[in-house]
Structures are given as structure tokens and as C-alpha cells.
Design a protein. Structure first.
Length: 90
């Protein structure tokens, strides 16, 4: 009985569905708009880095401390809330 149900479910899950009668999706190909794509590229030789140094050490240090502090604070206050909610802390 369980084997029949498992086989029936497997056959249903793996069977092919009929094609939809709706219109086919539009195909957008790069070759159709290649000149527009090429016009938006940076000039040859551009290093194309995401973050370009120099970075300000005080700003980087403050951002690092802020991210770690916010992460610690979220975890601590989440744990504190659960402890009070479940009655372990009064």
C-alpha cells in the first residue's frame, strides 16, 4: 500500500506536463543589440575595480566597529528577548 502510493507519487512528479497554449516567451539576444551594449562599456585599459583606494583608515575603522557592534547588539538583544519571553530571566 505504501509502495503503491510512493510509486504513484513518483510517477506523478516525474510525468511531463502538456505544453501551454499561451504565447511563447520573447527571446532577447545580445546579438540584436550588440552595438548598444558595446557603447556602454568602459574604454580599453580601464582597471574596472569596484572599490578604488585609498581608503580613509578612520572611516574604515569606524565602519568595522559599527558593523561588529550592531551584529553583537542584535544577537544579544534577540537572546535577551527570548530569555524573558520564555521565563528564564525575570
Amino acid at each position: 500500500m505504501i509502495a503503491n502510493a510512493a510509486l504513484r507519487n513518483a510517477a506523478r512528479a516525474s510525468s511531463r506536463r502538456p505544453m501551454s497554449s499561451a504565447a511563447q516567451p520573447k527571446m532577447h539576444k545580445a546579438k540584436d543589440v550588440w552595438s548598444e551594449i558595446k557603447a556602454t562599456r568602459p574604454p580599453e585599459g580601464h582597471p574596472h575595480t569596484v572599490f578604488e583606494p585609498p581608503f580613509s583608515p578612520p572611516v574604515v575603522g569606524a565602519a568595522t566597529v559599527a558593523v561588529v557592534g550592531v551584529g553583537y547588539g542584535l544577537m544579544y538583544f534577540g537572546m535577551r528577548h527570548q530569555q524573558y519571553k520564555q521565563g528564564y530571566w525575570k
